[in-house]
Design a protein around this ligand. Structure first.
Ligand SMILES: [Zn+2]
Length: 465
C-alpha cells in the first residue's frame, strides 16, 4: 500500500470509498467487517459467469447475503450504498468456484502406507487429516467437493462443521462408506489376517438384493448426500480378482432403487466394461474411472444421460509414490497400476467425441489434495478443450451433484463462490493450478484484491436491490 493511499484510508470515514480502500489496500477480510446483508461488488477484468458461453470483458458481480444478486457489464460503483464493499479483481480472470466430483479427504496415503495407516491410526488422526485436506482443497479454488467414500464418518462431521462456519473448507457432499460385495473393492478386510479382519466393521458389504437394500439404508441413516458403490475390483484393492465385474444385476438394481427412493444419486466405481454397463443399465448417475469403457457403455451413457468422471489424476499419484519408493505397492497392486498408467485417458478419448457428458473428478487422496487442478491439464491432453474442461468442473459437476441451483455458474440466486486467476484459463488451462483469489459464500477465503485508484472506475450505475 502506498503512503498516499494510507493517509486517504485514515482520513475517510464511514463512506463507500472507505470500504473500497479498506478492501483494495489493506486487504481486510470482507467477512471481518461486513454486515450480513451488505452489498459486495466484485470487479472482474474478465468474467466467465456462464461457463458454456464466451467470457465477458470488464464486469461486476453484485453479491448480498452470500448469494449473487446481479451480474453487469462494466465496473459498477457502490455510490449510494453506504455499506457497499468493493473487491477489486480488475487485473484478473474471474470464474465460478471449481467442483471436484471425486475426492477422499481423510487420507493422502497409498499402497502399503495406506494399509499401515488404516491399521495403526485412530479416528481423530483421520479427522485432522480431513480438515487439513479440506483447507488445501479450498485454497486451490475448489469450493465444492463430493467425497466418495471414507470408512469412519469423519468427512460427514467435517461437512457439517464447515457448513456451520467452524472450519475453512469447501462445501462437501458426502457418500459415507462405499458399498460393495464381500471381497469387493470396498471390503476393508482385504490384505488383513483373519484374526484382525474379524474386528473390522463390514456394514458396507452386501451380498444379495436384501442385504444391498439394507447397506444403502445404513448409509442413508448416517445422513449421507449420495451413495457410492463399486461394481468391479479396484486398482488399489489388495486382491487378485482383477478389475472385472463383481456384482450381480439384482444387487445393483437394489442399490440404485433404494438410493433413488431416498433421493440420493449413485456414483459407481467401475473399471471393467461389464461393471460399467451393469451400473448404467440399472440407473447409475455417474461412472467413476470407467477405464475399459466399450461401445455398449458409450451408448448407455448417451441413452441415460449419466456422467463420466475420468479421474485421470490417479496416475499422478501412482507415479509420484513409485518414484519416491519403488516398493510403495505390493506386486499384485503394482501390476494393476502399471496397466492403468498405460491405458489412462483412452476411455475419455472414446467417450468425449461421442457426446458423453463429462464431470471433473480427481480421486484426490490417491493423487495429492490441493493439486486437484492438475486434472485440467490431463483432460485437455486427452481431448477436451480448456473451455470444456472448465465446464466439466463447473456447470457439469454441479448438474451431476444436483446443486445447479447453488453452484456451477455465476448467475443471480446462486452462491457467491468464485475464484480469480492471473492469465486466461481458456487459452492455457494450467493457469488454474495457481488460483490467486477464492471467495466462498460471498466471503473472501484467500487472496488480497489488487490495489487500484478510484479514478479507474469506468461506469457509475447501481444495481437494483
Ligand atoms: Zn475414489
Amino acid at each position: 500500500m502506498t503512503d498516499p493511499a494510507r493517509s486517504m484510508a485514515r482520513s475517510l470515514t464511514g463512506c463507500a470509498a472507505a470500504w473500497w480502500l479498506a478492501l483494495a489496500g489493506l486487504a481486510i477480510p470482507v467477512h471481518a467487517q461486513a454486515p450480513a446483508d451488505a452489498l459486495v461488488l466484485v470487479h472482474a477484468g474478465r468474467l466467465l459467469d456462464r461457463p458454456e458461453a464466451p467470457p465477458r470483458e470488464a464486469a461486476t458481480v453484485a453479491i448480498r447475503n452470500g448469494r449473487i444478486e446481479s451480474v453487469h457489464d462494466g465496473f459498477v460503483t457502490p455510490e449510494g450504498y453506504a455499506d457497499a464493499q468493493l473487491v477489486d479483481l480488475r487485473e484478473r480472470f474471474v470464474l465460478p468456484g471449481l467442483i471436484d466430483s471425486h475426492v477422499h479427504l481423510d487420507t493422502d496415503a497409498g499402497g502399503e502406507a495406506r494399509l499401515l495407516e488404516a491399521l495403526t491410526k485412530d479416528i481423530p488422526y483421520f479427522a485432522y487429516n480431513a480438515a487439513v485436506n479440506a483447507r488445501k482443497t479450498l485454497d486451490a479454488g475448489f469450493t465444492t467437493v463430493r467425497n466418495l467414500g471414507g470408512r469412519n464418518g469423519v468427512t460427514l462431521a467435517l461437512r457439517d462443521a464447515i457448513a456451520a462456519g467452524k472450519l475453512p473448507g469447501p462445501h462437501i457432499l458426502d457418500a459415507g462408506n462405499g458399498i460393495s460385495g464381500t471381497s469387493g473393492h470396498g471390503d476393508a478386510t482385504l490384505g488383513l489376517s483373519p484374526e484382525i479382519a474379524a474386528h473390522v466393521s463390514e456394514d458396507n458389504l452386501c451380498d444379495g438384493p436384501e442385504a444391498c437394500r439394507r447397506a444403502v439404508r445404513l448409509q442413508v441413516r448416517r445422513g449421507v448426500d449420495v451413495i457410492k458403490t463399486m461394481t468391479t475390483g479396484g486398482v488399489n484393492s489388495r486382491i487378485g480378482a482383477g478389475l472385472g465385474r463383481q456384482m450381480f444385476d439384482d444387487e445393483m438394481r437394489a442399490i440404485v432403487e433404494t438410493a433413488h427412493l431416498y433421493g440420493k444419486k449413485v456414483a459407481v466405481h467401475a473399471h471393467g466394461a461389464e461393471g460399467i454397463t451393469l451400473a448404467l443399465r440399472h440407473g447409475a448417475d455417474s461412472i467413476e474411472h470407467g477405464t475399459l469403457l466399450d461401445e455398449e457403455g458409450i451408448e448407455l451413457f448417451l441413452r441415460t444421460g449419466a456422467y463420466y468422471v475420468p479421474t485421470l489424476s490417479t496416475v499422478n499419484g501412482y507415479l509420484e509414490r513409485i518414484a519416491a519408493d519403488p516398493n510403495a505397492y505390493p506386486p499384485d497392486v503394482r501390476a494393476k497400476i502399471d496397466w492403468r498408467i498405460s491405458i489412462t485417458g483412452q476411455a475419455l478419448e472414446k467417450a468425449y467425441p461421442r457426446g458423453v457428458k463429462i464431470a471433473f473428478g480427481t480421486d484426490a487422496g490417491v493423487s495429492k489434495h490441493g493439486r486437484n487442478a492438475d486434472e485440467f491439464e490431463l483432460l485437455v491432453k486427452h481431448g477436451l478443450t480448456p473451455a470444456a474442461a472448465i465446464q466439466a468442473a463447473t456447470r457439469n459437476a454441479a448438474d451431476l451433484l444436483g446443486i445447479s441451483a447453488d453452484a456451477g455458474s455465476l448467475e443471480p440466486g446462486k452462491r457467491a463462490d468464485l475464484i480469480a486467476v492471473d492469465g486466461d484459463p481458456l487459452a492455457d488451462v494450467r493457469v488454474l493450478k495457481n488460483v490467486e483469489f477464492v471467495m466462498k459464500d460471498g466471503k473472501v477465503h484467500k487472496g488480497r484484491p489488487a490495489a487500484a485508484e478510484p479514478a479507474a472506475l469506468t461506469q457509475s450505475h447501481i444495481p437494483s436491490r
